[in-house]
Design a protein around this ligand. Structure first.
Ligand SMILES: NC(=O)c1ccc[n+]([C@@H]2O[C@H](COP(=O)([O-])OP(=O)(O)OC[C@H]3O[C@@H](n4cnc5c(N)ncnc54)[C@H](OP(=O)(O)O)[C@@H]3O)[C@@H](O)[C@H]2O)c1
Length: 280
């Protein structure tokens, strides 16, 4: 299958390259492919793909508060360009989106039909991207994921491991709950969805949920580190962007399609094992 991957050098994009290596891939990313350029869709049209996986995005959640126009230009306008190019060649579009489209005031896992209400500029730009993808390309699947970490790029797990060796204790917010997701598991699921006709919105995360504090405690425990992990509140650690307090995504639709994702603890164990092999 001919597949275009945007954001191919990013955290998820790198794992997608590996998962989909049996296909004919066109890999797009900065600096040669820029979603803010009006003609960025041309290279997609020229590749005549059957599937476009659009993982390229402005992902700096706090940075987006200071530069919402750039977040919109990349995540909304850029996504529209990608969607129009995919539609032009009759390709299926898989757009990667986020749990941050929700405001976090929910009391049970969010299903795909729940109302969105982002509380950050990043979330608003990704929601606008979803809407443009669905409007501009009929054959679109929006995959919403959450709390992504992988072997490539910066993420919470790597930062926690580093801090656990440098600091006498870790302090981590205990009042935000979500679904940590191993990029390799997400890439594997996207690899299966490539050949599936599902359209519309779909939530895909590792199974189960936890707070950032519980996540950090498990990272430390599985790594046999001795550092204490203390809970703090979001108010104790002000940041430019608001985060949803509760952004657990329901796997009901994924299960109805016949797919399951491994528990987040299982993904974390495999990440830590792969990471320690890379380090040695
Ligand atoms: N990370 C998370 O926790 C998380 C959670 C939920 C959903 N998601 C979504 O999952 C997808 C993949 O995330 P990720 O963690 O793999 O992000 P990432 O590592 O930041 O990868 C995004 C890629 O897009 C590229 N990019 C940025 N601006 C661009 C532009 N103007 N034109 C073309 N490419 C551009 C980035 O290049 P540079 O590195 O050079 O900027 C990077 O290679 C994104 O759509 C993100 O919104 C992520």
């Amino acid at each position: 299958m001919r597949i275009v991957i945007t954001g191919a050098q990013g955290q998820l994009g790198t794992d997608l390259q590996q998962t989909l290596c049996g296909h004919q891939l066109t890999l797009l990313d900065l600096p040669t492919f820029d979603l803010t350029q009006a003609d960025c869709g041309r290279v997609i049209v020229e590749a005549v793909p059957e599937v476009v996986i659009h993982a390229g995005a402005y992902t700096d959640v706090d940075g987006a508060e200071g530069n919402p126009a750039l977040a919109m230009a990349v995540n909304a306008e850029g996504t529209e360009r990608v969607a129009r190019a995919a539609a032009h060649v009759g390709a299926r579009l898989i757009y990667i989106s986020t749990d941050y489209v929700f405001d976090g005031r929910g009391m049970r896992p969010y299903v795909e039909t729940d109302s969105t209400h982002p509380v950050s500029a990043y979330g608003a730009s990704k929601l606008a991207g979803e809407q443009r993808a669905l409007a501009c390309c009929q054959n679109t699947l929006v995959v919403r994921t959450a709390w992504l970490y992988g072997l490539h790029g910066r993420n919470f797990v790597k930062t926690s491991l580093k801090r656990a060796t440098e600091r006498p204790k870790l302090t981590v917010v205990a009042d935000q709950r979500g679904c940590p997701t191993f990029a390799e598991d997400l890439a594997g699921m996207i690899g299966q969805l490539v050949a599936h006709p599902a359209q519309g919105l779909l939530h895909v995360t590792n199974a189960g949920d936890c707070t950032w504090h519980e996540f950090a405690a498990e990272i430390v425990r599985l790594s046999n580190l001795r550092v204490p992990v203390e809970p703090i509140t979001t108010a104790d650690m002000p940041r430019p962007a608001k985060r949803p307090a509760y952004s657990v995504l329901s796997a009901d639709r994924l299960h109805h399609l016949g797919f399951t994702m491994p528990p987040w603890q299982d993904g974390l164990e495999r990440f830590l094992s792969a990471q320690s092999k890379l380090a040695s």
